[in-house]
Design a binder for this molecule. Sequence first.
Ligand code: GLV
Ligand code: MN
Ligand code: MN
Length: 413
Amino acid sequence: MTLPVDTARLSAEIEELARISDHPYPSVTRILFTPTDMAGREWLHRRLRDAGLTVRVDAVGNTFARLEGTDPSLPAVATGSHTDAIPEAGRFDGVVGVLGGLEALRALQAAGIRPRRSIELIAFTSEEPTRFGLGCIGSRVMSGVLDEAGLARLRDADGGTFEQARLGAGMTGAAMDARLAPGAYHAFLELHIEQGPELERQGLDIGVVTAIAAPATLRVELTGGGGHAGALLMPARHDPLVAAAAVIQEVDRAARGTGSTDTVGTVGLIRVEPGAVNSVPRRVVMEIDMRDTDLARRDALVDHVRAFARAQAERLGVGHSGEILNRDPPSVSGPAVVEAVEAACAEAGASNVRMVSRAYHDTVFMAQLCPTGMVFVPSRAGVSHRPDEFTSEEQIARGVAVLAGALTRLAQA
Ligand code: GLV
Ligand code: MN
Ligand code: MN
């Protein structure tokens, strides 16, 4: 059966949400619990309610919209993604899984399909690490991976806590109320853009994700005395930015040197204080993202970079601390979820291939609660986390049809 996906409506909604942003279209910036993020959430809640779904927000801001099944006592099947966006991102990352998930539920309603299990759409809090340096905060709390102590350690750039941010945004109850027990869901399936070039290169409609690469983040803080850029002579300097520069070079060199193109290392964030052209830097904070499909190789890279940063600090006489913000394992999709996606592809006439996700997703943490899987749709030129991120409305609609088909199968089981 072909499900009635309303491609034009979905496309119009993606465009509309893209305009709730701190940067002008097509750049999208929606950072956790900022007025813009809250406006986006409100906009989404209206759409969910208009679709006749019951909306609930948990203590950390994860949003749930439920389509009731004929047997609501059974664990539900869940789908979803995120609507937060890193600075100057595109309009599809995360959004396709949330609004596409909504469209899948509307397609089921329009087709008069009443699943046995309820289906819940989840919009996760802070999949992106922009504000607190840690991604997937909502799904980490939900799955029990992030406990109260871990949550309490998080700080934003202004030194604010997650607790302050969450209460300020109007969330109620204790943060740990958001935790769910393993088995809370029957299965979780996330629709997302690929963010890489494979599907487009192979001319295929759908990527059936079998595993997600293991991400880790190391925060390194380097400190020196600072001083006047003219008066402080070179022999007397202990410049933390010089140490940071060596670390950046080494991350790139070491990630290239593992012998596998599955290893990636990035320094995408660096803060320099006091940040004046005529001042020797006093403090540098850098966050280093390292990933691999092979956990042992990823961990070896993390350990190497950590030790290298310490050695550079000692060489230059600057203070050093290294903190692992996250060191997550890879996640493997549930065979039944993979099979449901492949069966849905066959039904929708969508060409497909099994693949590994190199980006991380809330699915990594949902895998602690239930069997999971992901449906990828192509990304033009593999571009993501950029304003020119693009997936056509036909490609998205095909992904939604596959998602809806797979959810229906999983919800009948
Ligand atoms: C998600 O945004 C990631 O960085 O993989
Ligand atoms: Mn992203
Ligand atoms: Mn994403």
